[in-house]
Design a protein around this ligand. Sequence first.
Ligand code: C2O
Ligand code: CU
Ligand code: CU
Length: 431
Amino acid sequence: AGLFQAKLTAAPTTVRFAEGVETQVLAYNGMAPGPLIEAFEGDRIEIDFTNDIPGEDSTIHWHGMPVPADQDGNPMDPVASGATRGYAFDLPAGSAASYWFHPHPHGKTAEQVYRGLAGIFLVKPKADPVPAAYGDTVLVFTDLRLGADGAISENSMVDLMNGRVGDHVLVNGQKNPVLDVPLRAKRRFRLYNATNARFLKLSFGAAAMTVIGTDGGLLEAPFAVDDVLLAPAERLELVVSFERPGTVQLQTLAYERGWMGPGKPNDAGLALLTVNVSDTPGEPMPPLPEKLGTLAALGTPVVNRRFVFTEKMGMSAGGMEMGFFINDVAFDMNRVDVTVKAGDVELWEVINRADMDHPFHVHGTQFQVVEHERDGKVTPPAYRAWKDTINVARGETVRLLLKQDLPGQRMYHCHILEHEQLGMMGIVDVT
Ligand code: C2O
Ligand code: CU
Ligand code: CU
């Protein structure tokens, strides 16, 4: 097993998104999105984190990773401005997947993320079934809203209600970057929705897309699709085949996520990435294997629980009031909401009784969705997969199987980060 050591410093940094306009962002090691960390299953990870954000606590949360609770950057473990702390954990066998990291300080997560703090953490397997000839290209989607002066504006009331949706969708920090590939190339892409609140329904147009992996690693078998939906915090691994010469674009398609109030973004047809496919074929590509691996079944649940999302909007003497709740309560850092036994398989039923979609996320583990129910109609997922975030659409119920192996307190929450901040979060204590 290897030892991976790194230092990450969060600090304000000035960047130029537009000619002559300076924007102050928050960055890890001067980069927004942050540096890409790549390690292997079995590695020991030791990362020293320095919070150089003036006047604000921060943390680093290892989104999706099976790390001990006290190393997971929860809001209960803030790192004060000016302080340094070490995070250390081991990457177990079978943990290869597309993870990421971002801050999680109480009440400040949404803002620190939209100001630029997010990075990619790839855990690679010892032996990869996906041909190396496909490459391994990370595409991180973030979105940005700049004022006329180039500054990143604060959240408005509409942002708090819907989650902040920026004006520019960036891929790896760039607007519509260009990729050149030879004719008949196959490419492996890891798609990350690192936006606070934007739903991304995506298609590569004429280029055929196959899903090979999700939040928690590879599927058992490739699954061909026409388009994919990435809710905030979700990831997908795709193989895309470029069989015809010319230009192909990764584009957004319309998706109705439930929008409240003014300013609904009209998002269909945004070009996120341009791929130029050359006239000449490259080296012949090996085929994608028909079997990628085995997904362990979680077994029969011993406990059933329900989590109900609700929103409250209304006018009062003080102005507009809003609240976002799970099981009728808003987040309280000093309250344990759920206690589970380490190693127990549980069935969690997540019910959305609100007017917009809410992506549900649990820390410290990966789960498997069993079924979706909407208007009395029950449908299994298209494929079995490891997930740490699942969109629960308006009026929908999602049932999932989950097992927490590591003791300690974990968060579960809506990953529209403004909703998390406004209370749509709880604590599960694993004992
Ligand atoms: Cu990306 Cu609490 O998580
Ligand atoms: Cu997380
Ligand atoms: Cu939400």
